[in-house]
Design a protein around this ligand. Structure first.
Ligand code: HEC
Ligand code: HEC
Length: 358
């Protein structure tokens, strides 16, 4: 600001030389007012508007959130991202992101797409590995670029014909032509606000709600060495965001089941998938990377007795004490399911700030 002040001051000085002392006095008297104006409106000289910073308030028990410097959250870009998320204009087949990522399902859906369950959008701001196979890595901006450029193959000409979007992009990004960058940056901003923080379990952690007996026992099992879920489904985001082979298969007959191997080509990566986050998991109809299970009971039974001890199974799955499975009683299995059901976030599912903007 001091630099701007001096530039301004020099301009004033030139004027002084041209029109004399009186003009200088007038200029000097408005000096403080102009300086203030410049503070509030640093980019008033170009066509962008001043964006309103938006603070993403990470829940107290969440890890620190890292956001790229060139896409700090602003009210305007989040709003634009929200419009795009719900707009069928981005695709060539009448679909919007929200067509598969439904708020009522934790921004996932009951459908399989090409044999794969749709992944939910919740707390992705804390992610750096995306997709079941972790086929996309990096920031939300990076994965959104893939979504519009490759997955949707968004027709930029069509988007540029939309006057509303052209004007908004001009205002919020200062460019005349919309490219994949502005689309992905805006979408990333909106998706970063899809935060689940108010499940019954979060409230329990904050001391605002009690868990019933079964939920509490289930929680204790989940976080104990016995149930041993927490090493990968780490609280509070409920994923460690890492790749593991949990022993779902002994043979990999389908390409889909080969996991990260499909990207790395390394045999040691066979069957490895990124740990899914378990928030709103009770709303999902298809579980695991190929939707092979359709109830939480089946999943728990898999962990209890179905783990295949393949050569690269995660050591956590077969550590001492687990050689013959978890040996959970029927009641304990039920209790783990009860705990998983406390991870549904009804506040998020009903949050009108996240719903369709029109
Ligand atoms: C036709 C249904 C469909 C549409 C439409 C769709 N997605 Fe998805 N999305 C999926 C499926 C299926 C997956 C999981 C794919 C995988 O892991 O291989 C997914 C995964 C994702 C992920 C990764 C989430 C994670 O946990 O790693 C992101 C991010 C994402 N989609 C964003 C978007 C955006 C942004 C749009 C709109 C531009 C969009 N999706 C439109 C079906 C869809
Ligand atoms: C070694 C890491 C690890 C441990 C330990 C672990 N999980 Fe998982 N979990 C994963 C991975 C990875 C997947 C995805 C596997 C796939 O789709 O092939 C998964 C998937 C799931 C799913 C399906 C989620 C969805 O969206 O489809 C549920 C539910 C689940 N785990 C619950 C549990 C419970 C309960 C325990 C403890 C009994 C547990 N997990 C222990 C890593 C782990």
């Amino acid at each position: 600001m001091e630099g701007m002040f001096f530039q301004w001051y020099h301009k004033v000085l030139h004027r002084v030389i041209m029109v004399g002392l009186i003009a200088f006095l007038v200029g000097a008297s408005t000096l403080s007012a102009c300086k203030k104006n410049n503070d509030d409106n640093p980019s008033s000289t170009d066509s962008t508007v001043v964006l309103t910073p938006y603070e993403i308030i990470a829940p107290a028990h969440f890890p620190i959130l890292e956001i790229p410097n060139d896409n700090k959250p602003t009210v305007e870009r989040i709003k634009l991202g929200r419009m795009l998320y719900y707009d069928t204009l981005l695709s060539n087949d009448g679909r919007a992101c929200a067509g598969c990522h439904l708020q009522s399902k934790g921004f996932a859906t009951d459908l399989l797409y090409q044999g794969v369950p749709v992944l939910p959008h919740e707390n992705l701001a804390w992610n750096s590995n995306f997709m079941w196979e972790a086929s996309k890595q990096g920031t939300l901006e990076d994965v959104m670029l893939f979504e519009v450029q490759t997955f949707f193959a968004t027709n930029l000409e069509k988007v540029n014909q939309n006057t509303t979007y052209r004007q908004l992009v001009k205002k919020y990004f200062g460019v005349n032509k919309i490219t994949y960058k502005e689309l992905s940056y805006s979408l990333a901003q909106f998706v970063r606000t899809l935060i689940s923080r108010d499940t019954k379990y979060d409230r329990f952690i904050r001391g605002e709600a009690a868990l019933n007996y079964d939920e509490l026992q289930g929680r204790n099992l989940f976080f104990s060495e016995r149930g041993d879920c927490f090493h990968c489904h780490i609280n509070p985001v409920m994923t460690d965001n890492q790749l593991h082979n949990i022993g779902l298969d002994s043979l990999y007959t389908k390409v889909l089941d080969k996991g990260y191997f499909n990207l790395s080509g390394k045999v040691s990566d066979l069957g490895k998938f990124r740990t899914p986050n378990l928030r709103n998991v009770a709303l999902r109809k298809y579980l695991m990377h190929d939707g092979r299970y359709s109830s939480l009971e089946e999943v728990v039974e898999f962990y209890n007795s179905g783990v295949h001890k393949v050569f690269n199974v995660d050591p956590i799955m077969t550590k001492p004490g687990k050689e013959n499975g978890l040996n959970l009683t029927a009641q304990e299995k039920k209790q783990i399911v009860s705990f998983l059901q406390t991870l549904t976030d009804y506040t998020m599912l009903a949050d009108t700030a996240l719903s369709a903007p029109y």
